[in-house]
Design a protein. Structure first.
Lengths: 428, 86
C-alpha cells in the first residue's frame, strides 16, 4: 500500500476551548479574571487541579498538579470547586453554534469538538480560516467575552487537532499537504495525540525518533514491527491526512467509580458507596432503555495494587437493588486483610440488552414487578430531583459521590448525566 | 474569597425585548442595595422538573450568584465573592 499525503482541501475543523473550566469560572465571576485560578476536583491539599487558568499555566501550573503543589508555586492562586452544570451549559451552547455551520459536529469531550464542512454551503462563501475566525468571534459575543478557543483545520480529525495545539491560547492554524512536513518537523512525538510514553518507546525501539521519521516509515514496518496490529496501518493513514477516526462505537457498558477521601476496608462503609454508585449507574442504564446480564466490580488499594472480578449470568439486572446485590456478592471476594485499605472503588455493568425485548407476561412475576418498581422510582426522581426516593442504605450520603465533570465524555454521555430536557436561551 | 450565603433576597429585574430575556439589575440584601452592571453568565440547573436560572452577576466590586426558582418564583443569593483568595 503506497498512499500519498492527502492533498484534498482541508475541511475538518477542530475547536478546543482554552483552559475550559477555569475560563468558564472566570467568565461567570469577573473577580477571577486576570488572576491565576485552578479548578480542582477536591479542594483539599491532595486534590487534583483539573483545569488551571491561562494565567496559572503561564506561572507553571499544569493539569494534574496537586492543590498543595499549585499553592506552593503560586501562593495567591484561587482554587475553586467545579460546577459541572455550568460547563455542560457552555458545551451545549458551543454545539449549537457549531451546528449553524455544519450538521456533522462530533463532540470529542466536554470542551472540544470536530466539525466536518464537507458538502456544506458555507465553504463556498468563506474560506475555512474566515469561518474559524467567525466562530471565535461568535463564541466571544454570544457565549462569553472571556472565552477563547484554538481552531485547527486540516483534512482529518487527527491533523486538525494537531493544528489546534500549535499556538495556544487562542490560535488558528491550518495543516495542508504543503506544510505537513514543516509542521511535523516542528513538534515532538509526544505532541501527537495518541502517542503516549508506551507508544513513544515502541517507536524508539524501531528507530523512529521524530514525527517526520514516523511519517516516512513504511506501512509494513508500522503494522508488522511497531504496533503489531491494524493500528500501524491506521497511524500510516492518519499521519498522511486520511480520515480513520470517524468511527462511532456502540456502547457496551455503563459504569461509575469513586476515589475515597478516607481509605477503608470496612464492608459497611463500602456497601454505602457501592449503593450510590449502583444508583447512579442504574439510572443511566435504565434511561438508555437497557438491562444488563453482567457486573464487574473492582477496588484499588493503598500502594497501587488492585483487585477486580466480573460475572455474567442469566439474571436480568435492571433495578438499583439488583445491581447492588450482584455487585456486593462479588465484592465479598476481595482481599480483606487489614492492610488492604481501599482507595478507589468502581462498578460496571455489561452484557446489555434492550428492555423492550422483554416479553410481557400474562401474570405478574417478581421480575416484572421489580422492573415496574424501578421505573416508578425513576419517575419520582425525574420529577422531584435526584435521590428524592432512594434505598435506606444511601442515607446520609448527600455530600458523597456528587456530580463530577466527565472528561472525554461525548454529548450522549453528558446527556445521560445532566438534565437538559429543554432548550435554554443564554445571556451573553 | 467566596462565601456561601443561601439567603432569599429581593431582586428587581428588567426585561430586554431586543434579547427577549429578563435580567436581574438590582438586589436588596442585608439592608443594602446592589446594582448590577453586568450579567456575565446565566445557566440552567434542573432539580427534577423544576428549572432554576442561575445568574452570575457583578456590581463592579463583588460577584454574586443568584438563583431564580421557576416553580416557586423565588430568588436566592447563593454566593458572594470579592476576588481575594480563600
Amino acid at each position: 500500500m503506497d498512499y500519498p499525503i492527502n492533498s484534498a482541501e482541508p475541511l475538518v475543523m477542530h475547536i478546543d476551548l482554552n483552559s475550559a473550566f477555569a475560563s468558564i469560572e472566570q467568565q461567570a465571576n469577573r473577580m477571577l479574571r486576570g488572576v491565576p485560578v485552578g479548578v480542582a476536583a477536591n479542594l483539599s491539599p491532595g486534590g487534583c487541579v483539573i483545569s488551571p487558568s491561562k494565567e496559572a499555566k503561564v506561572l507553571g501550573v499544569k493539569v494534574g498538579f496537586r492543590v498543595r503543589d499549585a499553592q506552593a508555586l503560586i501562593p495567591n492562586i484561587r482554587i475553586i470547586a467545579p460546577d459541572p452544570d455550568k460547563y455542560f451549559y457552555v458545551h451545549k451552547q458551543f454545539s449549537r453554534l457549531f451546528r449553524d455551520y455544519s450538521p456533522d459536529v462530533v463532540p470529542l469531550s466536554i470542551d472540544e469538538a470536530a466539525i466536518n464542512f464537507k458538502g456544506t454551503l458555507g465553504i463556498h462563501r468563506q474560506t475555512m480560516e474566515e469561518i474559524g475566525q467567525e466562530i471565535k468571534d461568535r463564541m466571544r459575543d454570544e457565549i462569553g467575552d472571556w472565552l477563547t478557543c484554538n481552531v485547527g483545520i486540516s483534512t482529518n480529525r487527527f491533523l486538525a487537532k494537531l493544528a489546534a495545539g500549535l499556538h495556544k491560547p487562542n490560535g488558528l492554524d491550518v495543516i495542508t499537504h504543503d506544510n505537513l512536513r514543516d509542521v511535523l518537523g516542528s513538534v515532538g512525538l509526544m505532541d501527537l495525540c495518541g502517542i503516549n510514553t508506551r507508544n513513544k518507546t515502541r517507536l524508539h525501539l524501531n528507530g523512529i525518533t521524530s514525527p517526520l521519521e514516523f511519517l516516512d516509515a513504511p506501512v509494513w514496518k508500522l503494522w508488522k514491527e511497531v504496533f503489531h496490529s491494524v493500528n500501524g496501518r491506521q497511524w500510516f493513514l492518519r499521519l498522511r491526512g486520511w480520515e480513520v477516526d470517524d468511527i462511532t462505537y456502540k456502547r457496551r457498558t455503563y459504569g461509575q467509580s469513586y476515589a475515597l477521601h478516607h481509605f477503608t476496608n470496612n464492608t459497611e462503609e463500602l456497601s454505602k458507596l457501592m449503593m450510590k454508585l449502583c444508583e447512579k449507574m442504574g439510572r443511566r442504564l435504565r434511561r438508555s432503555g437497557n438491562f444488563a446480564y453482567g457486573i464487574h466490580v473492582g477496588c484499588g488499594y493503598r500502594g497501587f495494587s488492585g483487585w477486580h472480578k466480573g460475572q455474567k449470568g442469566h439474571t436480568k439486572l435492571y433495578s438499583t437493588q439488583d445491581l447492588y446485590n450482584a455487585a456486593m456478592k462479588l465484592l465479598e471476594y476481595r482481599p480483606q486483610a487489614p492492610f488492604h485499605q481501599v482507595t478507589h472503588i468502581w462498578v460496571n455493568c455489561y452484557g446489555l440488552q434492550s428492555a423492550q425485548h422483554v416479553a410481557d407476561t400474562l401474570f405478574e412475576t417478581e421480575e416484572s414487578r421489580a422492573f415496574k418498581l424501578a421505573d416508578a422510582m425513576d419517575a419520582i426522581n425525574n420529577r422531584y430531583g435526584e435521590y428524592t426516593v432512594h434505598a435506606a442504605t444511601m442515607s446520609g450520603m448527600d455530600e458523597q459521590i456528587i456530580k463530577r465533570v466527565p472528561f472525554h465524555a461525548t454529548t450522549d454521555t453528558l446527556s445521560e448525566i445532566y438534565d437538559d430536557s429543554e432548550e435554554f436561551a443564554g445571556v451573553a | 474569597m467566596i462565601e456561601k450565603v443561601a439567603e432569599p433576597v429581593t431582586v428587581h429585574t428588567v426585561y430586554r425585548p431586543d434579547r427577549k430575556v429578563a435580567l436581574p439589575w438590582r438586589m436588596e440584601w442585608r439592608h443594602r442595595d446592589y446594582t448590577f452592571n453586568k450579567v456575565d453568565l446565566c445557566h440552567p440547573v434542573w432539580e427534577g422538573k423544576t428549572l432554576h436560572h442561575v445568574y452570575s452577576v457583578s456590581d463592579g466590586k463583588s460577584y454574586f450568584r443568584l438563583d431564580f426558582n421557576t416553580r416557586s418564583t423565588g430568588w436566592t443569593l447563593e454566593e458572594v465573592a470579592d476576588g481575594l483568595p480563600n
